[in-house]
Design a protein around this ligand. Structure first.
Ligand SMILES: Cc1cc2nc3c(=O)[nH]c(=O)nc-3n(C[C@H](O)[C@H](O)[C@H](O)COP(=O)(O)O)c2cc1C
Length: 246
């Protein structure tokens, strides 16, 4: 009898499971899937990191009412959003809701989290924030200024002159790093990334509705132009202008 066979069959099975778990973790680390889940991505003007207020876990509107009331809103009052409202929207879109594993408000295939959020804040768009492009870090619930200036006009032109982009106080740009998901799922990962953006978009819609804000999903824009305005390496796939509704 060889040494392996001397172990009771239960111990052998346990050992095989353990080896498989270790192998799976090793593969996820190598492919970047785990790194993406816990990484704080800092690329911008590092002294310009803004801590966002804690998101609220109780609102004034039920999820049923928010689903019922959700509409695409394209006309906004020229009033700033508060930093609390911005915090709530970003948390609903991609906030971490289970610290232990870094799981987020929206589901992600294999928890590969391919999406990055950027926010274009126009002049006077958010009380207390200077105009610019910010990147959201779910890991510490902060935003970092990556580009100073009001890009709402250029973003409007890149979005085929849709005037609601100009009118909105902010525009959330959902950008994708496809490689994070395709490195695990191959070509099928491309589909998963777009599905995931849909989940994030619906969370933005419902949270905006519950806060009595207006938003609209925008799929019609020049990808490369928006990417150069934002200055990101990821691919912009969805825009959500948000403003205070009438
Ligand atoms: C993938 C996608 C892309 C869209 N792109 C645009 C767009 O570029 N501009 C726009 O004004 N609305 C856009 N919309 C919003 C739709 O026009 C809107 O959802 C539809 O008219 C139904 O209205 P409702 O959202 O109020 O139910 C888009 C919606 C989806 C799901």
């Amino acid at each position: 009898m060889n040494a392996w066979m001397r172990y009771p069959s239960k111990s052998r099975s346990a050992l095989i499971v353990l080896i498989m778990v270790i192998l799976t973790i090793w593969i996820l680390v190598q492919t970047g899937a785990i790194k993406a889940r816990f990484r704080v991505k800092r690329t911008g003007i590092s002294e310009k990191v803004v801590s966002l207020p804690e998101p609220s876990l109780k609102g004034n509107m039920s999820v049923e009412e928010a689903i019922y009331r959700r509409r695409s809103i394209r006309d906004y009052r020229q009033e700033p959003l508060s930093i609390k409202e911005l915090s709530q929207l970003l948390w609903a879109a991609q906030g971490i809701t289970f610290q232990k594993y870094g799981f987020r408000s929206a589901p992600s295939a294999g928890a590969t989290y391919p999406l990055e959020l950027y926010i274009s804040v126009k002049e006077g768009g958010v009380s207390g924030l200077q105009a610019g492009i910010y990147h959201y870090s779910p890991f510490d619930h902060t935003i970092e200024l990556v580009k100073k200036g009001d890009f709402s006009e250029e973003l409007t032109r890149a979005a085929l002159d849709q005037p609601w982009v100009r009118k909105a106080a902010i525009c959330i740009i959902i950008a994708a790093n496809f490689e994070r998901t395709t490195s695990v799922y191959g070509e099928r990962g491309v589909r998963y990334v777009y599905l995931e953006a849909g989940h994030v978009g619906q969370n933005i819609y419902l949270q905006a509705t519950a806060l009595n804000l207006g938003t609209v999903a925008i799929g019609a824009f020049h990808d490369d132009w928006v990417q150069s305005i934002v200055g990101c390496s990821e691919h912009p796939i969805y825009l959500f202008p948000v403003g205070r509704r009438w």
